[in-house]
Design a protein around this ligand. Structure first.
Ligand SMILES: Cc1ncc(COP(=O)(O)O)c(C=O)c1O
Length: 428
């Protein structure tokens, strides 16, 4: 990549960051000063003309890469025909066609229905309300390390970082948390001491924890959770906001365990970079009446059209490709772990891969400072990554990533890790 001589960030980026600090909410989590001008595929260009290889896919949203021509065309065509009308008050074909496609693809033979919104948090919010409405039960169970969004309902389920919750209490009453992966805890502790199972509306779970640190639960966890929920008439809600849409090498990550959830929440990659949330449930469960839940912009025609494009690409072999390139990414990162004492576990599925950064591999001591420095160093080298949990680096490139881009990203990352190893010698 040809690069201008100025260091990253360049002068224009610095000026924008200064302006931003005066007028944009300081609650956002910017890890490094990337100010984007344009992007195409996996390449992002900043306002100073520097190029970057994007292994964040805009936080998992640009499933087909930035500005994929089919996505751009779908946006242009739909914008020229109809920008918005509100699918909660009127009908338009894009929303209906997308609901049909999503209902068809979610596991289980029962007929299903889709509630549309604009974001992951809203998709979860709808799941919470639907579960309470349908079961007429008040309580909810979620997991430590889980992240489900930041609206007050979704936030009440989230338990990954205290900063997300601090200062916003009291949160939704009646939410209980269990250690991720531990179904026995729910039966042995929660059901014995805290909450009667027949008062629990739903268990909400990420098939792989995202924000909490790219944590893969033990094999069989979702299947056991499914059994417990079925036994007690509890709805099993899978939050596939980050792990869905082919990212892990299946359409939904919960399909790796072959389970049929009661409610599925999708967002992020769903509309290939446009805002959209979807909450999908069997018709038997989606029993709420007209007026019970709705929103003005959910199921926006342009987002529905780009989601249909994304689904067509998934059908065209992109899911299998994500599984293959994911194996390559995982293999290459595991090999770089052999070269640095600070790389711990490399984990994930498909193109949802996390790398632990540790102070002491034997003791598994997390190294958040080194993790942050590695991500910063990658930015300076032209590779975009973000963190997860307190000491994990996440790799979630667009599903169209090539082998060559994977090799390039892992090489840049490994260089950055080894530089930081020399600066912060902490390995045992
Ligand atoms: C698993 C999961 N659920 C929900 C959300 C919330 O999505 P949004 O930021 O679109 O509200 C996220 C966002 O990172 C997520 O990873």
């Amino acid at each position: 990549m040809s690069q201008p001589p100025s260091p990253r960030p360049g002068p224009h980026a610095r000026a924008w960051v200064e302006r931003d600090a005066k007028v944009v909410s300081h609650s956002y989590t910017r890890t490094y000063p990337l100010v984007v001008q344009r992007a195409s595929g996996l390449t992002v260009e900043d306002v100073d003309g520097h190029h970057y290889l994007d292994f964040t896919s805009g936080l998992g949203t640009n499933l087909l890469g930035h500005c994929h021509p089919d996505v751009v065309k779908a946006i242009q065509d739909q914008a020229a025909a109809l920008i918005h009308m509100s699918g909660t008050d009127f009908y338009y074909p894009a929303q209906i066609r997308l609901a049909e496609e999503l209902a068809k693809r979610c596991p289980g033979d029962e007929p299903k229905q889709v509630f549309f919104s604009n974001s992951g948090a809203e998709a979860i919010e709808a799941a919470i309300k639907l579960a309470r409405y349908h079961t007429k039960r008040p309580y909810l169970i979620a997991f430590y390390g889980g992240f489900h969004g930041r609206t007050l309902g979704a936030l009440s389920l989230s338990a990954s970082k205290v900063v997300h919750r601090r200062g916003f209490g009291p949160l939704l009453a009646g939410v209980f948390h269990a250690p991720y992966g531990d179904v026995d805890f729910i039966e042995r502790e929660l059901f014995a001491h805290v909450v009667a199972p027949d008062e629990v509306a739903a268990v909400v779970v990420e098939p792989i924890q995202g924000e909490g640190g790219y944590v893969v639960p033990p094999a069989g966890f979702l299947r056991r959770l499914r059994e417990v929920c079925t036994r007690h008439g509890i709805l099993l809600v899978v939050d596939e906001v980050q792990s869905g849409m082919g990212r892990t090498g299946k359409f939904l990550a919960c399909e790796h365990e072959g389970i049929v959830p009661d409610i599925v929440a999708l967002s992020k990659g769903l509309a290939a970079g446009m805002p959209l949330g979807a909450t999908i449930a069997p018709t038997r469960v989606m029993t709420w009446p007209a007026g019970a839940h709705a929103n003005t912009f959910g199921g926006h025609p342009i987002s529905c059209e780009t989601a249909l494009v994304a689904l067509r690409h998934l059908d065209g072999g992109l899911i299998a490709r994500a599984a293959q390139t994911g194996d390559r990414l995982m293999g290459a990162l595991k090999r770089s772990a052999d070269r640095s004492p600070s790389i711990g576990e490399v984990r994930g599925k498909g193109l949802m891969v996390g790398v632990e950064i540790l102070k002491d591999r034997a003791r598994k001591t997390p190294a958040p400072e080194a993790r942050n420095r590695i991500i910063q160093r990658c930015f300076e080298k032209g590779l975009l990554l973000v963190g997860a949990g307190k000491h994990v680096v996440r790799f979630l490139p667009a599903l169209v990533v090539t082998d060559q881009q994977i090799d390039q990203a892992v090489a840049l990352f490994t260089d950055a890790v080894m530089e930081v190893d020399r600066e912060l010698p902490h390995a045992a």
